[in-house]
Design a protein around this ligand. Structure first.
Ligand SMILES: Nc1ccn([C@@H]2O[C@H](COP(=O)(O)OP(=O)(O)OP(=O)(O)O)[C@@H](O)[C@H]2O)c(=O)n1
Ligand SMILES: C[C@](O)(CO)[C@H](O)COP(=O)(O)O
Length: 233
């Protein structure tokens, strides 16, 4: 080994789980929203492409899909000439179960930083992904989030009351963690109703917040797809 190679800095391995195991009920389309076309390509392909950027150095990207949709994804990969390396894993009944299945695939990995990202967030800037991985390497747990732009009110029996929006954040993904921490958190089945990873981890470890991006839309209802088309244009 040359002396240069011996002294090269070693980055903690990075992994990613792209959860796309849902059925897209709120979208009400003829297929799960991760397969809908955005600028001529499946939503999930846009997302996968972002995590495949060489600059991020992600060692393994796991795509979690409904088992019944494996063939659809394979056909889409062939149709769109998708050569991006990734591992397909079957999802579960809930987002929590899908993340847990993705994590189980990494059981042999001793350490690293793992990003959990919604397969239906196709517009996440690379800078947000990088900043979230980097913050998790320092703090153990980091998520992307933005401040609400509108005034926010809480509901009460009597009516409603003002909330201080500067103390609120709208949670996005990616959500990045030390691998061992996320594993421990996902061993607790009593947390299985949570729909984001920070909520699953927070009793074990504080969650650091990284500035997200207003373009980092989650495709949930039909107007989100229109917005995403416009933003990509
Ligand atoms: N059993 C599930 C449910 C959700 N997800 C994924 O978690 C992300 C965020 O969930 P959401 O937007 O709620 O997706 P759906 O469950 O598909 O939508 P809906 O709630 O409208 O049915 C999506 O990428 C979705 O595919 C998953 O992997 N497995
Ligand atoms: C993880 C998430 O994207 C954060 O906003 C969100 O919780 C996903 O699930 P939901 O079912 O749309 O709440």
């Amino acid at each position: 080994m040359s002396s240069a190679a011996a002294s090269a800095p070693t980055q903690t391995p990075r992994f990613a789980i792209l959860v796309a195991g849902g059925s897209g009920t709120r979208m009400g389309a003829d297929r799960p929203k991760q397969f809908l076309e955005l600028r001529g390509e499946p939503v999930l392909l846009h997302t996968l492409r972002r995590f495949s950027e060489a600059a991020l150095g992600v060692q393994e990207c796991i795509v979690v899909l409904p088992a019944a949709q494996f063939e659809t994804w394979q056909q889409l990969c062939t149709l769109h000439h998708i050569k991006l390396p990734h591992t397909v894993v079957a999802g579960g009944e809930s987002r929590w179960a899908s993340v847990r299945n993705g994590l189980a695939h990494l059981n042999a990995q001793p350490a690293g930083i793992i990003a959990v990202h919604d397969g239906v967030r196709p517009l996440t800037p690379l800078s947000v992904i990088e900043a979230t991985y980097a913050a998790a390497a320092v703090h153990g747990a980091a998520i992307a989030a933005v401040t609400p732009k509108d005034s926010v009110r809480g509901l009460s029996k009597e009516g409603s009351y003002a909330l201080d929006r500067s103390r609120l954040r709208l949670v996005q993904t990616p959500q990045c963690f030390e691998l061992g921490l996320l594993r421990r958190a996902y061993q607790l089945p009593e947390l299985s109703t949570f729909t984001d990873d920070a909520s699953v981890v927070e009793d074990l470890h504080p969650i650091h917040i990284v500035p997200g991006d207003y373009r980092n839309l989650k495709i949930t209802t039909p107007e989100d797809l229109l917005l995403a088309e416009a933003l990509l244009g």
